[in-house]
Design a protein around this ligand. Structure first.
Ligand SMILES: *[C@@H]1O[C@H](CO)[C@@H](O)[C@H](O)[C@H]1NC(C)=O
Ligand SMILES: *[C@@H]1O[C@H](CO)[C@@H](O)[C@H](O)[C@H]1NC(C)=O
Ligand SMILES: *[C@@H]1O[C@H](CO)[C@@H](O)[C@H](O)[C@H]1NC(C)=O
Ligand SMILES: CC(=O)N[C@H]1CO[C@H](CO)[C@@H](O)[C@@H]1O
Length: 471
């Protein structure tokens, strides 16, 4: 977090917070970083504490006049049971509903009165409740956050009022070929857990009960599955809040079932002349060393245009596909990673009659690199892009909060920027090729793209779109 001079004039009271800091915890700047003169650099430490209840508290005091606090819970759609599919979709919409301490009306008015906001985002693995406000109102807003996450009531009539909103969400999602393809990809790739959709299945809309909501929250919102994260807040204050109020259900709950990769394909013939298609194999779990190598490989192949309408891109996918077709296309390497599994492959968008050529050229290019066709210049470009992308992404406080929270929740610690960039620098061409080459070894087999069991999803007019066994 870098403050440019000028901020102080805008927010004169920021000084007060700076002055309060008796013992500055300043970590070292990135080694070798050139510091421009005139800019004051302060690198603060992220503090992480794990309470005996299992709750992890992580915070970064950045002396900002605005604070952002989040509760991250390991309670994404993968933890839904077969009988309660869609519960997390409803939870995502239910964050402003009546709690034991305050009505929906009071929550909304109270947050608005302090100029704050409350939001919820969910992934397949986690739910993140976030509030933000000016620092002066931090106590008020934290109380709402705690009540919303620990004491929801899920009144039946309030839940039924959400039904039209679930329908709208589903209708919007079904308009998007991207969402369609990614949901179908997960449904095809996994047998359980990660196959669950982020959206409530149509047959469950309006059928989810108050009891189902309570059971899910009781079992999954336990201290050991939560992290309380703050930006622009004192660590001691956050810790106190965690100890006093987020301590209601200790323990970790059951572990949840491990994702089982299955492999398969789902095609949605919609007649749309633009075809979205994704072909993947199983890759590495997040935070494994291999995951970093996969991210580097992703950037070798290309993650989409970096120069608007630029020509002569270094993206390996673009280069290969341009040779196979003169039609316009969009191709990027795809990856998604989870705590116990991951998917890696190629995502293409193309005209219906060119799709066959585009997909085959894209998959062929991944195979080409597997043969060892990886230039040192491509590897170093990819690493530079990956570092730049990561560092840019955490300049945004939402991304930073999520990054700190995810690391605190999954690893109980926070890796400094330097540690992360070092990890990227350490990836060698062998690491990248290893992912593809050491296929004969049983342990590596499932991490291998060319011979690994693939999954595919496609949506559009699928007239030339190959089936998996034709790729
Ligand atoms: C939070 O819950 C407590 C106890 O139920 C209640 O006394 C308090 O008023 C609530 N506060 C807010 C802001 O909802
Ligand atoms: C197929 O796509 C259509 C619209 O593009 C969507 O409404 C439908 O839900 C999709 N079906 C599946 C099975 O994904
Ligand atoms: C999450 O809640 C469901 C009930 O809806 C329960 O069956 C499941 O075991 C819980 N998951 C974990 C990991 O405790
Ligand atoms: C395992 C892996 O490569 N994960 C990366 C996938 O891509 C996203 C965004 O492009 C990164 O945030 C992940 O780290």
């Amino acid at each position: 977090i870098i403050y440019v001079s000028g901020v102080e004039q805008l927010f004169p009271y920021r000084r007060a917070y700076v002055a309060k800091q008796s013992q500055p915890h300043l970590s070292e700047p990135l080694s070798g970083l050139k510091v421009s003169t005139g800019v004051r650099h302060t690198y603060q430490d992220v503090h992480v504490t794990k309470l005996s209840s299992g709750l992890v508290i992580a915070s970064l005091e950045n002396y900002s006049p605005a604070s952002r606090i989040g509760v991250l819970v390991r309670a994404g759609s993968r933890y839904e049971t077969m009988d309660s599919l869609g519960v997390t979709h409803l939870l995502r919409l239910a964050s402003g509903l009546t709690t034991k301490g305050a009505s929906a009306f009071r929550i909304c008015r109270g947050i608005e009165a302090v100029g704050g906001s409350l939001g919820v985002t969910t992934t397949r693995e986690t739910m993140l409740y976030t509030v933000d406000c000016l620092r002066d109102h931090i106590d008020t807003i934290m109380e709402y956050l705690i009540n919303v996450t620990t004491a929801p009531e899920f009144r039946p009539w309030e839940l039924s009022e959400l039904t039209p909103r679930v329908k709208v969400d589903n209708a919007i999602a079904s308009q998007s070929p991207q969402i369609d393809v990614l949901e179908n990809l997960h449904a095809a790739a996994y047998k359980n857990a990660l196959s669950n959709s982020l959206y409530c299945p149509d047959y469950m809309v309006g059928k989810i009960t108050t009891d189902q909501m309570h059971t899910f929250v009781q079992n999954n919102f336990t201290s050991g599955r939560m992290a309380l994260v703050g930006l622009g807040v004192d660590h001691a204050i956050l810790k106190q809040v965690g100890e006093q109020f987020l301590n209601i259900r200790s323990g970790t709950g059951t572990a949840g079932s491990k994702a089982v990769y299955h492999g398969g394909e789902l095609r949605n013939q919609t007649g749309d002349s633009l075809v979205h298609a994704v072909v993947v194999a199983e890759s590495a779990a997040a935070s494994s060393a291999e995951a970093t190598a996969f991210s580097v490989l992703q950037h070798v192949l290309g993650t989409g245009p970096r120069v608007k309408r630029g020509s002569g891109s270094t993206s390996k996918l673009e280069q290969a596909i341009s040779k196979a077709t003169v039609q316009p296309f969009d191709a990027s390497a795809f990856n998604s990673s989870y705590s116990d599994s991951g998917l890696f492959g190629v995502y293409t968008i193309s005209q219906a009659d060119a799709t066959g050529d585009v997909i085959k050229a894209a998959v062929g290019q991944v195979g080409d690199i597997a043969q060892g066709n990886l230039a040192a210049s491509d590897l170093s470009r990819a690493k530079t892009q990956l570092k730049a992308e990561y560092l840019m992404s955490i300049e945004n406080s939402e991304n930073l909060l999520e990054a700190i929270g995810t690391q605190a929740l999954t690893e109980g610690t926070y890796h400094s920027l330097e540690a992360i960039t070092q990890k990227i620098d350490a990836v060698s061409s062998n690491d990248v090729l290893y992912l593809k080459k050491k296929t004969k070894k049983k342990t590596q087999k499932k991490k291998e793209f060319m011979s690994g069991k693939k999954s595919m999803a496609a949506s559009g007019h699928l007239v030339t779109t190959p089936f998996l066994d034709e790729i």
